[in-house]
Design a protein around this ligand. Structure first.
Ligand SMILES: N[C@@H](CCC(=O)N[C@@H](CS)C(=O)NCC(=O)O)C(=O)O
Length: 243
């Protein structure tokens, strides 16, 4: 059995959240939009789902996952679905539910990171909203990043099972999501992150451990891992960064 993951082929974006869960769990999947059309992949295959040609369960936007007749969308929901099925979720019900809350909060942070370079309109070019982006970036760097990161740091400090994981006593999709988001923030805002990284020792330790997780490390070194770039969610525009 293999999952079909659908996401834009040009960068990690939101697709990376469920992709990391699949990779960490070492389960088989096809990254369909990145496959050739001759293999049943490519953008055509993705558009077929989004247009309703493939059935009445129409995802609004990528990423989405096909598991038999299940259609699962939303990066956080898809990560939770996979994590719970493949041992990358907490065991206790209260912790399982809270892991979902964390993943959806991470999705909020990801949306805010996107809105820094697209504060006026998603359909407009960055170049057409540069001055608004500068204003938006200042608040994001100075208020929102510390607020979100401070919350994760507090969760790690307060976890009754110890500071190794955000919730529960094992690695979960919530931790993988924080890992990816921290790297994205470091890519997009290197000066700001270098300045404040010392405030978050427990997050940094988690990021370090995730990057050394055997399956994750193998994935990060593979061609399947796409680099951040300026067509994605986390974009590095030097004019939007500052200490
Ligand atoms: N809340 C959704 C957002 C999905 C989303 O906005 N996907 C982007 C790519 S990262 C997209 O293709 N959006 C198309 C659109 O909104 O029209 C999630 O977290 O998965």
């Amino acid at each position: 059995m293999s999952y079909d993951l659908y996401y834009w082929p040009m960068g990690p974006g939101r697709g990376e959240y469920p992709r990391l869960v699949l990779e960490a769990a070492e389960v088989a999947y096809r990254d369909v939009a990145r496959l050739a059309e001759s293999e049943g992949g490519g953008m055509k295959a993705m558009t077929a789902f989004l247009s309703g040609e493939r059935g009445p369960l129409i995802p609004f936007a990528p990423p989405f996952l096909i598991d038999g007749d299940l259609v699962i969308s939303q990066a956080a929901e898809t990560s939770a679905y996979l994590g719970e099925k493949h041992g990358l979720a907490p065991l206790r019900e209260a912790d399982r539910q809270f892991a979902r809350s964390i993943a959806f909060t991470t999705a909020d942070l990801v949306a805010e990171a996107h809105d820094v370079h697209h504060p006026v309109g998603t359909g407009l070019y960055y170049e057409d909203q540069k001055s608004e982006s500068k204003r938006r970036a200042e608040g994001f760097r100075n208020e929102r990043i510390p607020k979100f990161l401070g919350w994760y740091e507090k969760l790690l400090s307060n976890n009754p099972e110890g500071p190794d994981f955000l919730v529960g006593d094992r690695l979960t999709y919530a931790d993988l999501g924080l890992f990816q988001t921290w790297l994205g923030l470091e890519y997009a805002f290197p000066r700001r992150m270098a300045n404040i990284a010392g405030d978050y020792p427990k997050i940094r330790s988690l990021v370090e451990r995730v990057s050394r997780h055997e399956a994750v490390a193998a994935y990060l070194a593979s061609e399947r891992r796409l680099p951040f770039n300026e067509s994605g969610i986390f974009r590095h525009y030097p004019e939007l960064d500052a200490e």
